[in-house]
Ligand binder design. Sequence first.
Ligand SMILES: [Zn+2]
Length: 314
Amino acid sequence: MYRIGIDLGGTNIAVGVVDTRYRIISRCSVPTLAHRSADEVIADMGSAAETALQQAGLSIADCDSIGIGAPGTCDSARGVVVRAYNLNWFDVPVCRLLGKRFGIPVQLSNDANCAALGETLAGAAAGYRNMVLITLGTGVGGGIIIDGKIYAGMRSAGAELGHTLLVLDGEPCTCGRQGCWEAYASATALCRQALAAAKKDPSSALSRLRAQTITAKDVFDVADRGDSAACAVVDRYCAYVAAGLTNLVNALAPELILLGGGICRQGERILAPIREYVATHCFGQRQGAIPVIAAAQLGNDAGIIGAAALKAVF
Ligand SMILES: [Zn+2]
């Protein structure tokens, strides 16, 4: 039997047919076009699933279930996307609507939860029972796996790790609060920090980066060429990431923390200083319960594989 995993993003709908060994044997990706109604987007999710099945020479009769990873707050028990701002979805019963078309069970969880589950089943967290995945992208996403299962809390509203406090009365956050970890540790935040540093030090090569086009990779590239202002920004950024991770270590003592998102492609450039910070700042310092800290492995596939596995886990 096979399972279908759907990673519903603000930009793309990525569908994979996943086998019992958590391998994606066929896939289809279509643009979300999120300005449309939820019904239209859900119809395209179904069509993309059918395309992926056809490519594999399969039909829905070969599948046990469909799993969906969606952004925002997802109530897994009710199968409802409660609130996803980048889709403009509020209380959308996506599992019921997609289930009507295919007649097999449909499960739902938050996209970062699915990615954490995917990495645990088939990626960098294989063999670990307790882990946290942090995605450093436009925002800071979090997925918590406890004893091999997603931990999402009451009404699946938890694991919003990016919206834990780093600085009281700090930078404004997209959620309306000030000083969230996300407002310091996201890729967006890094770009903002770099532009602020460029203003202070116009001789820095950072001042050649433009607000409209700057990416996190640009900031790392300038730092790698030895620009001292850029190096200071990157060092401080790693400390922001690591300070939030230290909070997680003190709260949960996971065996493993994985970093995902585009920034994790910097590899040891960020992992080494982050490990050092956590080891010297967590409770008990070097004698404390220091987790393995590594980069996620599966990229966007983690969300598809984790979504496909939802039925097996719940
Ligand atoms: Zn926030």
